[in-house]
Design a protein around this ligand. Structure first.
Ligand code: PBG
Ligand code: MG
Length: 348
């Protein structure tokens, strides 16, 4: 490059750009120019109606026990879970999802405590139903909070048994329905459990109890903090790859969905959330079912940790992560941010 005056003038002349000609007059930035215009053209929004708030319940009274790997999330004794339900109802959150922290002394090989009609989950269901009847309650069907080995199913010689587990899960679902669960959420990934549970609910006069199938649940590293919260990290031996899905696959999710729908699922779920938005979109487009995403504990922990370090703006990242689920086709999101989001929306 020379820097003679003549050459500079030539360069300026030859780079005169006519953007309107290039884009055919289309100016995408026009709509982004002002706040009112951005609001006007917005395709997606989050409302409190989109939220399911997962809470951790523990035994005792007047207890609030922080989960160290999930800043701002606590294990709550039932009386405090009732307070949380009142708060959720006031904020317009439609559903609470209950997860029990089970006393290690109550865990055994076969997860017997799952079938106890007075277990923590059942007592929490009854207490919340009594005090806050207007809120929907969802419960987790899986054996991992109750087994001494931390697996979601029954185990023999190191193998997770499918059909025997399905029988046990079906009984667990009935116990929860009897205690007042509105939505049964089987999170175990055994084959055939949706159909078995549907059949049992219908025979047991629980025609109106809904099933949200954990349809595409992946064997994920992002569940770590949750397993802390429910005390399963200490007990879990091995991993869950023989029943949860391989993160390398997405076609398989379509078959899982087809099965769950034909077996009677009312709603589908993809889990984790952010790393599986493609799966969410495929399920929504293929089946047009009410479809949910679970923004799991590890996703929550990552955003909080980066925020605490000042590495990103936690609030903005939180909103952006949630709108991504809506954009990808979710009808709703299970998220530990639910109360924070609903509060912010209420104060807008
Ligand atoms: N049935 C277990 C269950 N139910 C919900 C979660 C994870 C939720 C989260 O990470 O927030 C898990 C963990 C697992 O499969 O090991
Ligand atoms: Mg399945």
């Amino acid at each position: 490059m020379t820097n003679s005056p003549k050459s500079t003038a030539e360069t300026q002349h030859s780079t005169k750009i006519d953007v309107s000609a290039i884009t055919g007059g289309r100016r995408m930035r026009r709509n982004r120019r002002s706040d009112w215009s951005r609001r006007l053209i917005r395709e997606n929004a989050i409302t409190a109606n989109d939220l399911i708030w997962p809470i951790f319940v523990l035994d005792g009274e007047n207890k609030i026990q922080p989960v160290s790997s999930m800043p701002g999330v606590d294990r709550l004794s039932i009386d405090n879970a009732v307070r949380a339900a009142e708060k959720a109802a006031k904020l317009g959150i439609p559903v609470l999802a209950l997860f029990p922290y089970t006393d290690p002394a109550l865990r055994d090989d076969t997860g017997t405590e799952a079938l106890n009609e007075n277990n923590l989950t059942c007592r929490a269901l009854r207490a919340i139903k009594k005090e806050v009847p207007e809120i929907g309650l969802m419960t987790d069907v899986a054996l991992d909070p109750y087994t001494s080995h931390g697996h979601d199913g029954l185990m023999r010689d190191g193998v997770i048994l499918n059909d025997e587990t399905v029988e046990q899960l079906t009984r667990q679902a009935l116990v929860q329905a009897e205690a007042g669960s509105d939505i049964i959420g089987p999170s175990d990934m055994m084959d055939g459990r949706i159909g078995a549970i549907r059949q049992a609910l219908d025979c047991g006069d629980y025609l109106d109890v809904q099933i949200m199938a954990y349809t595409a649940k992946y064997a994920s590293a992002f569940y770590g903090p949750f397993r802390d919260a429910v005390g399963a990290n200490a007990t879990l031996k091995g991993d869950k790859q023989t029943y949860q899905m391989d993160p390398c696959n997405s076609d398989e999710a379509l078959i899982e969905a087809e099965l769950d729908i034909s077996e009677g699922a009312d709603m589908l779920m993809v889990k984790p959330g952010m790393p599986y938005l493609d799966v969410l979109r495929r399920l929504k487009d293929s089946f047009a079912m009410p479809t949910f995403a679970y923004q799991v504990s590890g996703e929550y922990a990552m955003l909080c940790a980066a925020g605490q370090n000042g590495w990103l703006d936690q609030d903005r990242a939180m909103w952006e992560s949630l709108i991504a689920f809506k954009r990808a086709g979710a009808d709703g999101i299970l998220t530990y941010f639910a109360p924070k989001i609903a509060e912010a929306l209420a104060n807008k």
